[in-house]
Write a protein that binds this ligand. Structure first.
Ligand code: XUL
Ligand code: CO
Length: 442
């Protein structure tokens, strides 16, 4: 088999924080036990196929720049798809992360019609099964690309033409079956072009009803084939459409309640989608746990000054620590994982840049996990929060929440009661606790 990453050793080793080897982990030590679990089982890293293997670095202003020999062969699309997959699995084996993620059209070329696309997909799913068997790499999730082809210009499930709804359903049917066959632990539906450009031509209520119907079909199919993984919606506020229906966790939560999908569909939260929506990443995680819909994470980072989806690899332990803390506090990733939906910058043209990016991302998340575990263990944040709500454990608090009080009874109570005494929120002191954990985590 052709080796694509010849400058990289067979396996990226863990060498510890003092190592200067650029092709070694300094913080991600798969077998190290943190808060009762191996690091690998906490973090459940996945590499995404699309940015890392199916793209050549092209942007809207210019052609591809990356050294990707496996993308070259236009005369033999299936042969090229096989090369691409060989490169991807060589990368997975060398990096040693447990999971990968794909879109149907990343792994297999689009054919002249649906039947041909589907036949190509079947060939490449067989090929993937063999690579997974050989290398032990597992599937975190699969997903269907319902947004790149021009047929989906007006959306998929929310398209004004039911033939497009049918086309999208056909693609999801095949991709969910493939994900099930490959032992996928989740199935993702990012709302590609489910949104609108102008209300002048859009029937908002109708499109949301279509989206609700579509999800019911997906849920029914999941149960029919016995797929036990989670179905995940991936919120994003805009891009590619001006307004995306799955705007953020709160909007998805409302949608799931309105269309009676609670318990059946959860969320895949992406860092840069959260920040585009005007939220901290940690907020979206906490909102998902609070609503009981947390599913998985697309790990990446935005840029403080840029208002679009730049999908950088995460490099900031300070930014990721509060998020990892929310994940630990919520009970962990469960069947979810940390998928690097992140891409290299256009000038990072060397093949081994892909390794440096993932090593940095994995070390960043591992160090954030160590800091978060230290914060949890220290108990300072938990204690401060318990103390802040202590009043609700008392008689008045219990009676209010049990429904035993009215506005009038509370008026009568307040007429008699002493003036309430405000307490400090202690924000700066608590922020210092976080800073200390980031400094000390080793
Ligand atoms: C787009 C995005 C997608 C989904 C999968 O912003 O994040 O790559 O993760 O379709
Ligand atoms: Co994503």
């Amino acid at each position: 088999m052709t080796e694509f990453f010849t400058t990289v050793p067979d396996r990226i080793p863990y060498e510890g924080p003092d190592s200067d080897n650029p092709l070694a982990f300094r913080w991600y030590d798969a077998d190290r036990v943190v808060a009762g679990r191996r690091m690998e089982d906490h973090l459940r890293f996945a590499v995404c196929y699309w940015h890392s293997f199916a793209s050549d670095g092209a942007d809207i202003f210019g052609e591809g720049t990356w050294d990707r020999p496996w993308l070259d062969d236009a005369s033999d699309p299936l042969g090229a798809a096989r090369h691409k997959m060989a490169a991807a699995f060589e990368f997975f084996e060398k990096l040693g992360q447990p999971y990968w993620c794909f879109h149907d059209r990343d792994i297999a070329p689009e054919g002249a019609d649906f039947a041909e696309s589907d036949a190509n997909f079947a060939v490449m799913v067989d090929e993937a099964a063999a690579h997974m068997e050989r290398t032990g790499t597992r599937l975190l999730w699969g997903t269907a690309n319902l947004f790149s082809n021009r047929r989906f210009q007006a959306g998929a499930a929310t398209n004004p033409d039911p033939e497009l709804f049918a086309y999208a359903a056909a693609q999801v049917c095949q991709c969910l079956d493939a994900t099930h066959r490959l032992g996928g632990e989740n199935y993702v539906l990012w709302g590609g072009r489910e949104g609108y450009e102008t209300l002048l031509n859009t029937d908002l209520a109708r499109e949301l009803d279509q989206l609700g119907r579509f999800f019911h079909l997906v849920v029914e199919h999941k149960h029919a084939i016995g797929f036990e993984g989670k179905l995940l919606i991936e919120p994003k506020p805009f891009e590619p459409t001006k307004h995306q229906y799955d705007f953020d966790v709160a909007a998805v939560h409302a949608f799931l309640q309105k269309y009676d999908l609670m318990g059946e569909v959860h969320v895949n939260i992406e860092v840069n989608h959260a920040t585009l929506g005007g939220h901290d990443f940690a907020h979206e995680i906490a909102a998902a746990f609070a609503a009981g819909i947390f599913g998985s994470i697309d790990a990446n980072a935005g840029d403080d000054r840029l208002g679009w989806d730049v999908d950088r690899f995460p490099v900031s332990v300070e930014q990721m620590t509060p998020a990892m803390f929310e994940i630990l506090r919520g009970g962990g990733l469960g069947s979810g994982g940390l998928n690097f939906d992140a891409k290299l910058r256009r000038q990072s043209i060397a093949r081994d840049d892909l390794f440096h990016a993932h090593i940095g991302g994995m070390d960043t998340m591992a160090r954030a996990l160590l800091a978060a575990a230290m914060l949890l263990d220290d108990g300072g944040l938990k204690g401060a929060r318990t103390e802040r709500y202590r009043g609700w454990e008392g008689d008045l608090g219990r009676r209010i929440m049990a429904g035993d009080e009215s506005l009038e009874s509370l008026r009568d109570h307040t007429l008699e009661a002493a003036e309430p005494q405000p307490l400090s929120g202690r924000q700066e002191q608590l922020e210092n606790l976080v800073a200390r954990a980031v400094e000390r985590a080793r």
